[in-house]
Design a protein around this ligand. Structure first.
Ligand SMILES: [Zn+2]
Length: 106
């Protein structure tokens, strides 16, 4: 999965946390068969919840690319891409890494 966080590629230790782009921390989690880097388990859990929500709503089996813009406080405006489709959404997490707000955007 290609991940762009606030304009920069992310998801490895060198490039930054797959959700927030931070380069500190040392946490890895396997998502969709890929070992992704996160700054902390909290970001990993948020990312997983977000990916599951997108898959549930789109019925896609795999997300090829995820473009994430925003942060914890403003919420995040995102574009998920499969092979030939795009899905735009807004997501905001609560303080337990759960989804507080999820809106499909057109
Ligand atoms: Zn993070």
């Amino acid at each position: 999965m290609k991940i762009i966080v606030n304009g920069k590629e992310a998801g490895t230790k060198e490039k930054g946390c797959a959700l927030c782009g931070a380069t500190w921390g040392e946490y890895y989690d396997v998502i969709d068969g890929e070992n992704l880097f996160f700054c902390c388990d909290y970001c990993a859990l948020e990312f997983k919840n977000m990916v599951n929500e997108v898959k549930n709503r789109t019925r896609w089996s795999k997300i090829y690319e995820l473009v994430i813009n925003g942060n914890y406080y403003t919420g995040r405006t995102c574009i998920a891409k499969s092979e030939d489709k795009e899905y735009k959404f807004y997501v905001k997490f609560n303080d337990e890494a759960g989804i507080e707000t999820f809106k499909e955007l057109t």
